[in-house]
Design a protein around this ligand. Structure first.
Ligand SMILES: *Cc1c(COP(=O)(O)O)cnc(C)c1O
Length: 429
């Protein structure tokens, strides 16, 4: 696979290089120089998830990882299902929250971890990341127990829910969690400082594992194929996918699947009040506002970092602009959608409910809708219980960690203190 930096056409790399680097020169995103069109979609759709995903990823990535390696990676990364549930006559839900941390980020995180462990070939790597909740858990679980890769996760002490904290801070082994005595912005700025510090960057072989890594997108393409494969054939002719969006990685992956020939008629970019993209699609003007806090907090993003990849898909002629519409859903309609879903017998959480609302009132006569369920409702238990007025039970993964002790170490919001802590943990590893 060959990828080009969208900000510098002379920066062309392989898949392995793009996975290791994350971002290219001038902070540019990597984008495939060619997206393959698949000829055998109907046959592919009949295959089981893992076998089909290997074929889809092989078409994208090629042979560069070596014989049989891609198969191993996919088998180890995709060891949980992505079921489609029929919610109403015209609308389905693609449930992406049956992985170890109950969020769709498990797909990308686990695939990236497996890729990086092969690509680094036993050389030590340190993943350093800051989290305000979900990403940290997905990264921690994905890399837990992988040889030669150490993970350091910073989070703002006392500022995330105890259950969220336990989902990544009870693992131990190669997963090191650090409670910073400050807020999320302070955590992020300490991560930035570390990447700018050659002693740490080179001494500990830092990698960020963040959401712009190309391996995550490649993994996410696979579950769009899985969704279509589970929808009854008579409902497949005019499918509309509604994607709850924050940084727009999920939507980018869906649009790549369409570019490869997967029969999807169009997409809806569903956002909360942070509506930079829906406004842009209506007015042609890119005008981000200050980020506002909502109950769908994983989508509180006003400058989505994957957007240039969607522009590239359109500008390079893979997809027509008309196949994407934007829709912003406010807090009141989000809650209404959650209640409507509950009345149809389907318990949901705010992110998925936004996508449901966006698609259910936009469908035309012949169309069928699919919205992406990006997190398990129990991950947003308080909000869900408040809105629906009834208790919901914890799934096993959350119930299991609730009783365990956090292994996080407190560190002051001081870069030198963090650096000393990291070297004490990792210098001989
Ligand atoms: C990360 C996240 C999103 C947003 O996905 P993007 O790929 O960043 O657009 C939506 N819902 C949940 C629950 C998330 O954790």
């Amino acid at each position: 696979m060959e990828l080009v930096n969208l900000k510098d056409a002379s920066d062309v790399v392989s898949f392995s290089q793009a996975v290791k680097r994350g971002l290219g020169k001038h902070q540019g995103l990597y984008f495939p120089t060619a997206i393959p069109k698949l000829a055998n979609i109907d046959t592919l759709l009949e295959k089981p998830f893992v076998e089909r995903s290997i074929e889809v990823l092989h078409a994208l990535i090629g042979d560069e990882l070596g014989d049989g390696v891609l198969n191993e990676i996919v088998e180890q990364a995709f060891d949980f299902p992505a079921p489609v549930e029929k919610v109403t006559d015209k609308v389905y839900s693609l449930e992406l929250f049956h992985g170890p941390t109950l969020a769709f980020k498990d797909f990308g995180g686990r695939f990236m971890a497996q890729c990086l462990s092969r690509i680094s070939q036993g050389k030590p790597v340190t993943i350093l990341t800051a989290t305000s909740g979900d990403t940290g858990a997905a990264v921690a679980h994905a890399f837990h127990g992988i040889d030669n890769i150490n993970v350091v996760i910073l989070f703002p002490k006392g500022k995330i829910s105890p259950l969220q904290e336990k989902l990544f801070s009870t693992l131990g082994d190669n997963i090191h969690t650090v409670a910073i005595e400050s807020d999320f912005d302070a955590c992020q700025s300490m991560v930035k400082q570390a990447f700018d510090d050659p002693e740490v960057r080179e001494g500990l072989h830092l990698n960020s594992a963040n959401s712009i890594n190309i391996s995550r997108l490649m993994a996410q393409v696979c579950y769009y194929f899985e969704a279509v494969s589970q929808i009854p054939e008579e409902d497949r002719d005019e499918l509309v996918f509604s994607v709850p969006s924050g940084n727009f990685g999920n939507l980018t992956a869906g649009m790549i699947a369409k570019a490869m020939g997967l029969p999807i008629k169009r997409f809806i970019a569903a956002t909360n009040l942070n509506d930079t993209v829906p406004r842009y699609l209506k007015t042609g003007e890119w005008a981000p506002k200050a980020t506002v806090a909502t109950i769908s907090n994983a989508m509180d993003v006003s400058q989505p970092n994957n957007w240039p990849r969607i522009e590239a898909l359109i500008e390079r002629g893979y997809l027509d602009k008309a196949c994407l519409r934007g829709e912003s859903v406010d807090e009141q309609y989000t809650q209404m959608a959650m209640r409507q879903l509950a009345q149809s017998g389907y318990t949901s959480e705010p992110h998925a409910a936004i996508a449901y609302r966006a698609v259910s009132h936009d469908l035309q006569e012949q169309e069928k809708g699919v919205f992406l369920g990006t997190a398990h409702p129990a991950k947003f238990r308080e909000t869900v219980e408040n809105v629906l007025g009834q208790p919901i039970s914890l799934p096993k993964a959350l119930a299991d960690v609730a009783g365990e002790d956090s292994l996080a170490v407190d560190v002051a919001a001081d870069y030198e203190a963090l650096k000393a802590h990291m070297f004490s943990l990792l210098k001989d590893k």
